[in-house]
Write a protein that binds this ligand. Structure first.
Ligand code: SF4
Length: 259
């Protein structure tokens, strides 16, 4: 028997996508920029991450070669705005060392691995938890994994779809099972960039189109990509930690007791 929550998640996806359209995640020019962003965004706001990325870009160091040749103390200065800068600079250097030692310094070779194999490798690295590993896999590598974040957990808990303390893996599997049929055609057909809707109004948590957000990818990866961005839009705009603005939220009609 299929899990009724998968139908619910599909309805949420269609509701949010119809309301807000493509979210254009992850905003980046390259795969390495996504990876650096995934490290830097831990425990800080995206605005602070953008400042750090801008510093690295201005110094022409936002590349594997750039991080490889930069002494850690210089890297710390450049990413200071992202907070926990010593820890994050050290972890970025560790990532590049891992890439050099395990994959000859090639992101293409690293991402060519089977999803589960690479996921295990990433999770074994210092400073990479499931959310960071899956962000790298999905947004930099176009691997079909769903990224679960605090917003995902909060929305599901408030809609009584999961109990507090439900594991990351259980939530990830639930979303992957729910959203794979949305992609259709087995989910492996290639899709190009999606077209932004013309209507104005709230757009969730959308970014401007970027080379990474408009890259060709499978339909399944595209749907996982969009759903994560859409949930971030719900969490940031309506379903905040200390305040719920259900009256304006597109998911209000699905709140338990509302239908
Ligand atoms: S703001 Fe309200 S309606 Fe929207 S997701 Fe949160 S609990 Fe549900």
């Amino acid at each position: 028997m299929s899990d009724p929550r998968t139908d619910q998640i599909r309805v949420y996806y269609h509701t949010l996508f119809s309301a807000w359209g493509p979210q254009h995640w992850w905003p980046a020019h390259s795969r390495f920029e996504v990876i650096v962003g995934a490290y830097l965004t831990q425990n800080t706001s995206w605005t602070n991450v953008e400042l750090a990325l801008r510093s690295l870009r201005a110094a022409k160091l936002l590349s594997v070669a750039g991080v490889r040749r930069t002494p850690v103390h210089q890297l710390e200065k450049l990413i200071r705005s992202a907070g926990y800068f010593r820890q994050k600079a050290h972890r970025l250097k560790l990532f590049v060392r891992f890439l050099d030692e395990q994959h000859g310094g090639s992101l293409t070779r690293m991402f060519a691995q089977h999803t589960e194999t690479l996921r295990e490798e990433l999770l074994a690295l210092h400073g990479i938890g499931p959310e960071t590993a899956d962000s790298i896999l999905l947004y930099a590598g176009n691997h079909a994994v769903f990224v679960v974040d605090a917003y995902t957990r909060r929305v599901l808990e408030r809609h009584q779809m999961i109990a507090p303390g439900t594991s990351y893996e259980e939530i990830r599997k639930l979303f992957e099972q729910a959203l794979s049929p949305v992609a259709g055609d087995g989910g492996n057909s290639q899709v190009g960039p999606t077209v932004a809707p013309t209507k104005s109004g709230p757009r969730g948590s959308s970014h401007s189109p970027s080379p990474m957000s408009t890259a060709e990818r499978t339909a399944r990866v595209q749907v996982f990509n969009e759903m994560h961005g859409l949930i971030v839009g719900v969490g940031k705009n309506f379903c905040q930690k200390s305040q719920m603005r259900c009256e304006q939220c597109p998911l209000q009609k699905y709140l338990p007791g509302k239908s």
